[in-house]
Write a protein that binds this ligand. Structure first.
Ligand code: SF4
Ligand SMILES: [Zn+2]
Length: 363
């Protein structure tokens, strides 16, 4: 399959050319308003210093839109270093000093891959991080990311032996419920069945009494899909996930990561990120269709490498989306560029264009 070969080649070139990071360069954090399971609150976001995603480091070359591996050490990091840097990040934020008894605080731990994969986050580091969090009276919800193959009953039991009754959410990058798009356009390497198995394990553990939740990441606009196809697939995926019993949805509109296949196509005018209107359409329609919370990421909105509308409305819509992520309201907004988006959604399938239509040929 040509996409897979090209993807492998681009990954190989980028890992040869880009200097791997040292753990201190990888580790970072920030602290923001967020929607928690318990309502509006704040989240501490921490990026762990890890070697990076095994899927991207392996022979597959990883997913076609993801360059997180370029921000990792690409070789094992000792547990005590991961823990030391994690503690340093926690100390940067005033969540303890400012804490009042009814405050709601979550932590989102990003391993730039899978927190539950012991090769990326050794068990010793995982256990110690969870122990630190279990001892925090302020943090009530813990969110991690993992590919579905690492979601196992015994691992979940080990986690809850430490964190006891704190809420634990596992986010998985399903991206789309369409196997063909996920396997070929994204090169994700797992099937819908694999994802469903992981969600079923989480549901089973929930029935056993564990305070566990699941969340899919849904990617808006994989390569080689038109604007209209990507909107429809994102909505279908959200509905499917709701039907199989996930607890909330997180949409990620495409941004152009460096040294990836998506970047190669974008540079050659064969791909562009989605319109912000498409993100608005997805979030409005999914909020009509499902009652679980749905979140829309706004990273790189309005930038050269991110979802865009026009200069007049990029910022407004970004702020509105962030606001409605907290309230779960629909977005009511208009701008003159909306007609251009509508034309592209309608005509993109007509001429199979995957990029911006500047004019329609008349002969
Ligand atoms: S999207 Fe996730 S699974 Fe794919 S390469 Fe990136 S970190 Fe790995
Ligand atoms: Zn506009």
């Amino acid at each position: 399959m040509e996409i897979q070969e090209l993807n492998k080649q681009i990954r190989k070139e980028s890992t040869e050319r880009i200097k791997a990071k040292v753990p201190e360069q990888v580790s970072t954090s920030w602290y923001n308003e967020d929607l928690l399971y318990s309502g509006k609150g704040k989240s501490i976001f921490v990026i762990l210093a890890t070697e990076g995603c095994s899927w991207a480091l392996g022979p597959s070359g990883g997913c076609t839109m993801c360059s997180y591996i370029n921000d990792c050490t690409q070789k094992p990091v000792k547990s005590n270093k991961i823990i030391e840097l994690f503690k340093n990040e926690l100390e940067k934020h005033p969540y303890k000093e400012d804490f009042k008894s009814d405050d709601k605080i979550a932590i989102k731990i990003f391993a730039s891959g899978s927190f539950l994969n012991p090769k990326e986050v050794p068990k010793e580091a995982r256990d110690e991080i969870l122990k630190i969090l279990s001892e925090s009276e302020e943090i009530s919800e813990i969110v991690v990311e993992s590919r579905p193959e690492y979601v196992k009953e015994d691992v979940i039991e080990e986690v809850f032996n430490i964190i006891e009754d704190k809420l634990f959410e596992i986010s998985m990058g399903l991206e789309t419920s369409n196997d063909k798009t996920r396997l070929y356009n994204i090169n994700k390497g797992f099937t819908l069945k694999d994802f469903e198995n992981a969600v079923n394990i989480i549901k089973k553990m929930k029935e056993k009494g564990y305070n566990i939740k699941s969340k899919p990441y849904i990617f808006l606009k994989p390569i080689l899909l038109s604007e209209k196809e990507s909107i429809n697939e994102a909505i279908e995926t959200g509905i499917y996930c709701n039907n199989i019993g996930v607890d909330r949805l997180s949409y990620c509109p495409a941004t152009i990561h460096g040294k990836t296949l998506i970047e190669r196509l974008w540079r050659e005018n064969s791909y562009k990120p989605p319109w912000i209107w498409s993100a608005v359409e997805v979030i409005n329609r999914i909020r009509d269709e499902v009652s679980i919370p749905s979140l829309m990421d706004t990273s790189a909105f309005g930038s050269r490498r991110g979802p865009y509308n026009c200069k007049k409305c990029n910022k407004d819509l970004k702020h509105l989306i962030i606001k409605t992520n907290l309230t779960q309201d629909k977005i009511d907004y208009d701008c003159e560029c909306k007609n251009e988006w509508k034309a592209e959604v309608e005509c993109g399938d007509f001429n199979y264009s995957k990029t911006k239509i500047n004019h329609l040929p008349l002969y």
